[in-house]
Design a protein around this ligand. Structure first.
Ligand code: SAH
Length: 399
C-alpha cells in the first residue's frame, strides 16, 4: 500500500478546497518540502488543523495532485476506486446500448472523482491514460476495479508522465486479448480506424463527436470544406458524408495522408474526389489567397502549441490571427468552425478573439452554434478549467 502523510494547506484556501476544488496546487501548500514520493496518500488539514480531505501526490503540468474525498472516514482503497468506476459506468449507460456508437470516454479523471487518469472505450478495448507517476502507483487497484466492473476484450495503457508530460514510448498492451489493429470503431454510424499501440494519438479525438455530427447533419450539404490541422481527416469524412461538394484536408504530418485515405475508404467514400494535402497550414493559407480560393466552410482545429519549420503557433497568442487568415478565404455567408482544446483561456475569451479578428478584418459575423465537452467527458462545476474544449460555429455575413 502507498505511504501516507499529513499535508498542511494554507487556511486561506480552506474554503476553496473544502468546497470541491479538486486540484492540489503549489501556492496552497505550506510544507511543500515534505512531498517526496509520488503516489503518497495525503491527509489535508489547514493551519488550524481543520480536516479538508484526502488525496495523493502526483506531479502534472496542472498541479501537484488531486483531492479524492472530503469524508474523513473514507479510505482510498480498492472499494473506493470500484465505487468511482461504477458511478462512471452508470453515467455512460446510454453509450453501452447505442448501436451507432461504440467509442467513448468511460472515465474522465477529476470529472469522475479521480484526477490523473482517463479511460477510453473502443469497441470492447480499454485504453487507460496515466498522467502522473503518482496515480500510476495506484494502477493495480484501478486496473482490478476496471476488470471486475467492465466487460472488456483487452486493456492498453499509455504513460504520459515524463518530464514534459509527454508520451513514453512503450508496448502499451496491459492485459486480456491483444487487439488486431486497426480496431474499426463506430461513431454515429461512421467508421474510424483506431490504433492503440502506436504512439500517443490513436486516430480519433473522441471529444469532437458532437461537433462532427452537427457538421454532417446540419452544415455540410453542397459545401466546399477546408479542414485545417486535419490529422486523420475526421471532420472531412463527416462533411463528405453530409453531402459536401468537396473537402480539402491539410496537415503537415506525413502520416496524415495515408490515415485520411484510410478513413475515407472505410466509409465507402472516394478519396480521389477530395483533396488531401501534406503541408503547413500557414503556407496553405498563402497559397489559397494567391490563387483566390474561397471555401464555404473553414475548420480550424490547431494544437495548443505547434512548431513547424517556419511557423510557431500558440493558441493563446495566435488564435486571433488564425481566424483572420480563415476570414480571408471564407465565402460570404460561409462558415468558420473554430475549435481549441487549450485550457488556458475560457469560452468568453475565445469569443473575444473572434470579435477582434472580425473587427480587424472589417467583417461581420454571427455565432450560430457553440460546443464544449460531450456527456461522456464528464466535468464538475467546481473545476471549470476541466471543460477545456471550446468550439464556435461562426457565420461570415456579407458587409
Ligand atoms: N482536427 C483533428 C485533430 C488535430 S490534431 C481531428 O479532428 O482529428 C493537430 C494536428 O495538427 C496534428 O495532426 C499535427 O500534425 C497538425 N499540425 C500541427 N501544426 C501544423 C501546421 N503548421 N500545419 C499543418 N498541420 C499542423
Amino acid at each position: 500500500m502507498p505511504k501516507e502523510m499529513m499535508l498542511t494547506i494554507k487556511s486561506k484556501y480552506f474554503n476553496k478546497l473544502k468546497g470541491g476544488y479538486p486540484l492540489l496546487f503549489k501556492e496552497a501548500i505550506v510544507n511543500l518540502n515534505n512531498l517526496k514520493e509520488e503516489g503518497t496518500l495525503l491527509k489535508l488539514v489547514d493551519e488550524q488543523k481543520r480536516f479538508i480531505g484526502k488525496g495523493y501526490y502526483g506531479k502534472q503540468n496542472k498541479g501537484l495532485g488531486w483531492i479524492l474525498t472530503r469524508k474523513e472516514h473514507e479510505e482510498i482503497d480498492y472499494e473506493f476506486f470500484e465505487r468511482k468506476i461504477n458511478k462512471a459506468l452508470e453515467h455512460r449507460k446510454a453509450f453501452f446500448v447505442d448501436s451507432q456508437t461504440n467509442a467513448f470516454r468511460l472515465f474522465n479523471g477529476e470529472g469522475d472523482g479521480v484526477g490523473g487518469f482517463t479511460v477510453d472505450y473502443f469497441d470492447g478495448y480499454l485504453l487507460i491514460n496515466w498522467y502522473s507517476e503518482g496515480i500510476y502507483q495506484f494502477k493495480d487497484l484501478i486496473r482490478e476495479a476496471l476488470q471486475s466492473s467492465v466487460d472488456y476484450k483487452g486493456i492498453y495503457e499509455k504513460k504520459r508522465f515524463d518530464q514534459k508530460g509527454q508520451y513514453i514510448e512503450d508496448d502499451d498492451f496491459l492485459t486480456g486479448e491483444r487487439a488486431q489493429f486497426p480496431i474499426i470503431v463506430k461513431e454515429n454510424g461512421v467508421h474510424f480506424a483506431v490504433y492503440l499501440n502506436d504512439g500517443a494519438m490513436v486516430g480519433v479525438f473522441l471529444d469532437q463527436r458532437d461537433v462532427r455530427k452537427s457538421i454532417r447533419d446540419h452544415h455540410a450539404e453542397g459545401k466546399t470544406v477546408l479542414n485545417t490541422f486535419s490529422y486523420t481527416g475526421a471532420f472531412s469524412v463527416f462533411a463528405a458524408l453530409g453531402g459536401a461538394a468537396k473537402t480539402t484536408s491539410v496537415d503537415l504530418a506525413n502520416r496524415s495522408l495515408n490515415k485520411t485515405i484510410e478513413q475515407f475508404s472505410l466509409n465507402g467514400l472516394d478519396y480521389e474526389a477530395h483533396d488531401i494535402r501534406v503541408m503547413d497550414v500557414f503556407n496553405y493559407f498563402k497559397y489559397a489567397v494567391r490563387n483566390k480560393l474561397k471555401f464555404d466552410m473553414v475548420i480550424l482545429d490547431p494544437p495548443s502549441f505547434a512548431r513547424s519549420k517556419k511557423h510557431r503557433f500558440s493558441a493563446a497568442k495566435d488564435y486571433k490571427d488564425l481566424i483572420k487568415e480563415a476570414i480571408s478565404i471564407t465565402e460570404d455567408d460561409g462558415m468558420i468552425i473554430a475549435s481549441t482544446n487549450f485550457a488556458g483561456f475560457d469560452m468568453k475569451k475565445f469569443k473575444l478573439y473572434v470579435e477582434n479578428a472580425f473587427r480587424e478584418m472589417n467583417g461581420k459575423y454571427k455565432l450560430i452554434e457553440e460546443h464544449s465537452l460531450p456527456e461522456d467527458f464528464k466535468t464538475i462545476k467546481e473545476f471549470p478549467e476541466g471543460d477545456y474544449l471550446k468550439v464556435l460555429f461562426i457565420k461570415k455575413i456579407k458587409r
